[in-house]
Design a protein around this ligand. Structure first.
Ligand SMILES: Cc1cc2nc3c(=O)[nH]c(=O)nc-3n(C[C@H](O)[C@H](O)[C@H](O)COP(=O)(O)O)c2cc1C
Length: 353
C-alpha cells in the first residue's frame, strides 16, 4: 500500500496541469490519467504494474504509510514554511577545498548577475524636500540600555506635533547611507550600508513617511531618499484615515507620523530567485523595525508598530508598483501617555470594573 505525500499543490497554467512537490522542489506535468491515479493514492492504494504507476513511483511522491501531519495553520502557511526550507542535507565534509570552491562559486554567481542589476535607488519623481541635518546629540546622550529598557509599544497618543528635526534624525539614523568608508574588503557593491543589517547587502527596505502632524512639514505621504537624506513628495494624505488603512487600529490617527516600510521585491528576486528569499525579506524589515523603535524611544517619543493593514490599498497610497515593491511593516510614533492600551479599550475596562 502507498500514499501520496501531502506536501504538494496543483496548478493550472497555460493549458497544463502541474503537480508541485514543494518539499523536494519538483514539478511535473500531469495528464488526467495521472491525476486519477494520484487521487487514488491520496486514499492509499496498491501500485499497479502500469506505465503511469511506474512514473508516479519514480517521481518519489509516494510514501509507505498514511501521512498524519499535525499542522494547526491553514495549508498556505504549510506551503510557505516547508516550501521555503532548504531541500538538501548539509555537506558531510567541511574541507578547505570545499570552502575555496564555495567562495569561488559565490563570486562567479555575483559576477554573472551584475549585468541585470535593478536600480539601487528608486525615485518616483515628486517634488524634493530637503531635510534638516542629522543631529546625533539626543541619540548620543541616551544609552543603548536606556532605549532598550524603556521601549514599549504605545497605543495612547495625544495628537501633538513632532518637530521635523526629530523626524529627519530618525530617518537618517535608520535609513541613511552610513558606514561606507572602511578599509575592510566588501562585496556589497550592489547597495550601500545603513545602521541595520540587510539581506544580501541589497538594501531592499524602502521607507515612506506618512506625515500626520509634523512641525515644519505639510501633512502628506513622502518617500525618503536614503542616499540623499531628502524627501520626495508622493501625495496628500488620503481621505481615509491612517487607522482605516491599518484595519481600524484607530489610535494610529493620533500619532504624529508613521513610517511605512516596503520591500523591493525586484532586488530580492534578482539576487535570490527562489522562494526562500521571502524569509530574509521579512527578517530584514524586522531589523529596521527595531532600529526605528529604539530610535523613536531615544528621541523621547513613543513608538507603535503594525503588520496588519489593507495591503493593496496601502501600496496604492504610496504609489508602489506591484512588480517592484510591497508594504510589509508600519512603525509610527508621536507623543502620548505611553500606555499600551488604547483609549477605547481603556473605557471598556473602566466600565466593567
Ligand atoms: C511583527 C510585529 C507585528 C506587530 N503587530 C501589531 C499590530 O498589528 N498591532 C498592535 O497594536 N501591535 C502590534 N505589535 C506590537 C506587539 O503587540 C507588542 O510588541 C507586544 O504586545 C509586546 O509589547 P511591547 O512592545 O510593549 O514590549 C506587533 C509587534 C511585532 C513585533
Amino acid at each position: 500500500m502507498k500514499w501520496l505525500q501531502p506536501s504538494h499543490f496543483l496548478k493550472i497554467e497555460s493549458g497544463k496541469l502541474i503537480f508541485w512537490d514543494y518539499e523536494k522542489h519538483q514539478q511535473f506535468e500531469l495528464s488526467i490519467e495521472h491525476l486519477q491515479r494520484l487521487i487514488e493514492f491520496s486514499k492509499g492504494t496498491q501500485p499497479q504494474k502500469t506505465p503511469i504507476d511506474k512514473e508516479i513511483s519514480e517521481a518519489e511522491v509516494l510514501v509507505n504509510s498514511e501521512p498524519h501531519k499535525k499542522w494547526a495553520w491553514d495549508w498556505l502557511s504549510h506551503i510557505f514554511h516547508y516550501g521555503t526550507q532548504h531541500p538538501l542535507p548539509p555537506d558531510s565534509d567541511a574541507s578547505t577545498e570545499k570552502s575555496d570552491e564555495y567562495a569561488a562559486s559565490y563570486l562567479e554567481f555575483c559576477a554573472s548577475i551584475r549585468h541585470s542589476m535593478p536600480e539601487v535607488e528608486i525615485i518616483k519623481g515628486g517634488k524634493r524636500i530637503p531635510l534638516p541635518d542629522f543631529d546625533s546629540e539626543e541619540l548620543e546622550n541616551t544609552s543603548l540600555w536606556s532605549s532598550l529598557s524603556s521601549r514599549r509599544t504605545c497605543r495612547d497618543f495625544d495628537g501633538k506635533p513632532v518637530p521635523i528635526k526629530k523626524i529627519a534624525t530618525l530617518l537618517y539614523c535608520a535609513f541613511a547611507e552610513v558606514n561606507t568608508k572602511t578599509d575592510l574588503p566588501d562585496l556589497s557593491v550592489y547597495g550601500y550600508k545603513r545602521t541595520s543589517p540587510s539581506a544580501g547587502g541589497l538594501q531592499s527596505t524602502e521607507p515612506y513617511l506618512w506625515a500626520i502632524n509634523i512641525e515644519g512639514l505639510a501633512p502628506g505621504i513622502y518617500h525618503y531618499l536614503s542616499q540623499r537624506h531628502e524627501l520626495e513628495y508622493i501625495d496628500e494624505l488620503p481621505k481615509k484615515s491612517l487607522g482605516a488603512y491599518l484595519c481600524n487600529q484607530n489610535w494610529a490617527n493620533e500619532m504624529a507620523f508613521a513610517i511605512v516600510m516596503t520591500s523591493r521585491f525586484d532586488k530580492m528576486w534578482w539576487k535570490y530567485p527562489h522562494s526562500r528569499a521571502y524569509r530574509p525579506m521579512l527578517m530584514e524589515i524586522g531589523h529596521f523595525s527595531q532600529t526605528l523603535n529604539l530610535g523613536i524611544t531615544a528621541l523621547g517619543l513613543k513608538p507603535w508598530l503594525t503588520g496588519y493593514f489593507h495591503d493593496r490599498e496601502l501600496g496604492e497610497a504610496l504609489a508602489c508598483s506591484p512588480e517592484i515593491e510591497h508594504p510589509i511593516l508600519v512603525v509610527g510614533g508621536g507623543t502620548g501617555s505611553g500606555n499600551s492600551v488604547d483609549t477605547a479599550t481603556q473605557k471598556i475596562i473602566k466600565k466593567e470594573r
